[in-house]
Design a protein around this ligand. Structure first.
Ligand code: G3P
Ligand code: CA
Length: 268
């Protein structure tokens, strides 16, 4: 693990492997975070949702259709929503073959399995609550599960875990439930709106087109919900030229399907 350790924040932005190193292995699988680890990236971004029987699983889309063989196994259950399948049913799906035959048999991980794998590799997690409006109570449930696996101790809340969402209310709920935990809002709020976001979040994580020098400066000028300078992690940066642009703009983190490409471009 950690063949090429992350540089310090002062040197360059942190690079985050998006959905794991999802340019090289099927997104949101253990193979994708292991690939990130092999490439030397400890920060990974992943998405969490909930099954019909209440299990937390790592999955991006709210349906299983794009990244698994669910249509083949369950042809009559369109539109194949994550929330309409049990954990056992989801556990049978092949989440690797759509990407390449090399990953045939890769599974949709439960959050529990996933956290264990990250812990073994000493990796850090930028966890997105995906469409939390579909899963009432997922904030508390996720925090409980993180806590059960040792992910809410001070070591983790200091610099190994961030929870983010496009849903501002969900970010606020997460912050209120556990104020020591770093949170992020995904989206591009206007500079005039930043003060209200700063009350419940610590990061503003915009698309790369919005991560301009002025914008980053405005975010950095504010203290977030934990009383520290707010940060900007931008997405999804998959080429060197864009990586250099956002690096120059001063972002703190760059989220990429090809983290090695970003590392090369921002080495300085
Ligand atoms: O972390 C940023 C990014 O994951 C947000 O978009 O659609 O890939 O979840 P998406
Ligand atoms: Ca995501």
């Amino acid at each position: 693990a950690h063949a090429a350790p992350q540089r310090k924040k002062a040197d360059a932005p942190v690079t985050v492997a998006h959905r794991g190193a999802s340019g090289y292995a099927p997104e949101n699988t253990l193979a994708a975070v292991e690939k990130a680890d092999k490439l030397g990236f400890d920060w990974v971004e992943n998405d969490v949702q909930r099954t019909k029987d209440g299990e937390l699983v790592v999955m991006h889309d709210t349906t299983l259709a794009r990244t698994t063989d669910v249509e083949k196994l369950y042809p009559d259950r369109s539109p194949w929503n994550v929330r309409d399948f049990t954990a056992k049913e989801i556990g049978r799906l092949d989440a690797g073959s759509w990407f390449s035959d090399d990953y045939k048999g890769e599974r949709v991980p439960t959050l529990e399995k996933y956290l264990k794998s990250l812990t073994e590799n000493h990796q850090r997690l930028l966890l997105e609550l995906k469409s939390p409006e579909l899963y009432p109570g997922i904030e508390l449930q996720t925090l409980k599960e993180l806590s059960e696996h040792g992910w809410l101790d001070s070591k983790h809340t200091k610099d190994k875990l961030v929870i983010q969402s496009f849903n501002a209310a969900s970010v606020k709920t997460t912050h209120d439930l556990h104020p020591a935990l770093k949170t992020g809002f995904l989206g591009n709020p206007k500079i005039s709106e930043l003060d209200s976001y700063a009350k419940f979040t610590d990061q503003i994580n915009p698309t790369y087109t919005a991560a301009t020098k002025d914008y980053v400066k405005a975010v950095h000028a504010r203290k977030g919900a934990r009383g520290e300078q707010m940060e900007v992690f931008t997405w999804t940066v998959n080429d060197g030229s864009t990586a250099r642009t956002v690096d120059k703009a001063g972002v703190d983190g760059i989220i990429s399907n090809y983290p090695d490409v970003v590392r090369e471009a921002t080495r300085g």
